[in-house]
Design a protein around this ligand. Sequence first.
Ligand code: PBG
Length: 322
Amino acid sequence: MNIVFDRHRRLRSHPVLRDLVRETRLDVDDLMYPLFVTHDAGRHPVLSMPGVEHLSIDEFRREVNELSELGVNSILLFGLPAIKDDLSSEAYAYDGIVQQAIRAAKEENPRLLVATDVCLCQYNPAGHCGIVHGDHIENDESLELLANTALSHVRAGADLVAPSDMMDGRIAAIRATLDANGYLETPILSYSVKYASSFYGPFREAAHSAPSFGDRKTYQMDPANVREALLEAASDLKEGADMLMVKPALAYMDVIRALREEFSVPVAAYNVSGEYAMIKAASAQGWIDEQAVVMEMLTGMKRAGADILITYFAKDVARYLR
Ligand code: PBG
């Protein structure tokens, strides 16, 4: 047969050659590990997220040391407060659980990069990300509380704040507050493109932050939109964000790619709780090869354009990469 065609398989013929021509590589330095801290003693497993636990400050200290042994050098902190009130007071309390954890992390390992989630939903009984009046989530009234929350984290020693509330103007409010207090060099990683997603289900069990009424669709984005993602990101950059985030990641690879192409700042992908839970469940059934699927999924996020991978699999990946 005399036909002409390209031989793509030539470069797949030898494992070393495949390594040489590989375009995307995961690295332990890409990873940020989300952690939940609680006032309760001990470790409490999150049932919908096998391997994820709520940690007391003592257990959290152990975790920080385990992370440094594994080479996971950055964490994203979430807190479970002792009290929830309408003003979300523990979110910005000097001795709030996150503030305590930040100080503990810095005592255990001063070189660990401590990022914090800045939001109110864990801290008020309504379980919404801003102040609630009736059935309305107030935008402008929430900004001061969010900015105070970010400031309290930075005062406790946080290296980086990551607002996830999706109120308009929060980046400007946080930047102005940090600057006014002398924290000119503390970066903001904005959850700029955060969708009203069903993939957060297990997290809401983990963080006890499910809304008591309604949903988050009046502030988080419609999963069908990508042009709007560019608008959100552009506003956040104008307001002072240093890095952008797309959340969730798996169903939003095109959004990661769109941000990567449009902007030059680093882009983070949040591999969220539902994405974690699906893999854990299928793997527990023996239906998928967990390690292979995790590596393929995270490589895909990086290939799509993410620089930072925020994932509950961070410790596993650090072990796989050894
Ligand atoms: C708080 C917040 C949420 C997540 C991160 N920060 C939940 C939400 O917005 O409902 C989700 C993380 C995950 O699912 O892993 N606003």
